[in-house]
Ligand binder design. Structure first.
Ligand SMILES: NC(=O)c1ccc[n+]([C@@H]2O[C@H](COP(=O)([O-])OP(=O)(O)OC[C@H]3O[C@@H](n4cnc5c(N)ncnc54)[C@H](O)[C@@H]3O)[C@@H](O)[C@H]2O)c1
Length: 306
């Protein structure tokens, strides 16, 4: 998990890692499947199993437009829900705008929304004060890593009554009779209330198996006592093994094309910094760095002369 991977990097930084380690969590195929594609499906599964609500025309706010948030937004939009997004990062906020979502502050929509979904990995994204202002019957749930995103502890006060209406579904009742439907007590909705498809497990398991094979087969000295990312070629291999499921046929580079693009015909097909999304800005290219340095020199000379 993400927490395990943080712990691995901390161990390595402290010089306490005694074997080479492979960070499979950040491999592209696994990331996209666990975060984007899996959440795009399981958000609806989790919401439907617990609430049986129709989402067409409902106003939903998704907090965080990272991989998980993007999946949730796409699924709810497809059902005809009116989706708002909250973000702290201007790049992800701009992506949300370009995908057709209104980017708002939670307080601007808190009184009108029917559903809040948190996907930030952050804490106290939804506070007691905001829960106090929500409409009767609104649904509150979390898709981020732990139960810290919604301040659930603040709802355990004597004036509020909790009523368990079915497994993983609580009604929190205010003194005036207002009810909020809290799912999975603020823990991960999909892990608590739906299932993980075998296709996603297959991607994860293949990634892990290949990482082990790579570490085992690597010549002495290639990997030291450090944390490594799965080589891009292996990431591509995991993806190619799963293409057959869709009867997808890959195009092969001709010798001439491979030469033109400066690629090996068998991959890897992208540089390591390639992110497979809009956020892949090419600022790391040497040409661009040179342009930045030249512009900087030009400007400093310009100002020195005035
Ligand atoms: N439910 C699942 O199955 C599942 C799967 C994968 C990951 N996760 C968890 O979901 C969380 C998000 O994962 P991700 O891959 O989308 O991460 P991410 O970093 O791509 O996205 C999180 C986004 O939230 C934004 N954000 C942070 N604080 C915010 C705030 N206060 N208000 C609004 N936006 C805020 C960030 O700018 C970022 O864009 C992580 O905690 C991850 O562990 C859950």
């Amino acid at each position: 998990s993400a927490m395990f991977q943080v712990w691995l990097y901390q161990l390595s930084k402290a010089g306490k890692l005694c074997v080479p380690a492979m960070n499979v969590n950040d491999s592209v195929t696994k990331q996209k499947f666990d975060n984007l594609y899996c959440c795009r499906e399981s958000i609806l599964d989790g919401l439907k199993r617990t609430t049986d609500v129709m989402f067409g025309g409902k106003q939903v706010v998704v907090c965080g437009y990272g991989e998980v948030g993007k999946g949730c937004c796409a699924a709810l939009k497809a059902l005809g829900a009116i989706v708002y997004v909250t973000e702290i990062d201007p790049i992800c906020a701009l992506q949300a705008c370009m995908d057709g979502f209104r980017v708002v502050k939670l307080n601007e929509v808190i009184r009108q929304v029917d559903v809040i979904i948190t996907c930030t990995g952050n804490k106290n994204v939804v506070t007691r004060d905001q829960l106090d202002r929500m409409k009767n019957g609104s649904i509150v749930c979390n898709m981020g890593h732990s139960n810290t995103e919604i301040d659930v502890a603040s709802l355990r006060t004597p004036e509020l009554t909790w009523e368990r209406v079915r497994s993983q579904v609580d009604h929190v009742i205010w003194p005036d009779g207002k009810r909020i439907i809290l799912l999975a007590e603020g823990r991960l909705l999909n892990l608590s209330c739906s299932t993980v498809p075998t296709f996603v497990l297959s991607i994860t398991a293949t990634t892990q198996a290949l990482a082990l094979i790579e570490l085992y087969n690597a010549p002495e000295g290639r990997y030291k006592q450090d944390v490594y990312l799965l080589p891009k070629k292996m990431d591509e291999y995991v993806a190619s093994l799963h293409l057959a499921t869709f009867d997808a046929h890959l195009t092969e580079l001709s010798d001439e094309q491979a030469k033109y693009l400066g690629l090996n015909k068998n991959g890897p097909f992208k540089p390591n910094y390639y992110r497979y999304t809009f956020t892949h800005f090419k600022i790391l290219k040497w040409g661009n760095i040179l342009k930045l340095i030249l512009t900087y020199c030009y400007c400093t000379r310009l100002f020195a002369n005035t």
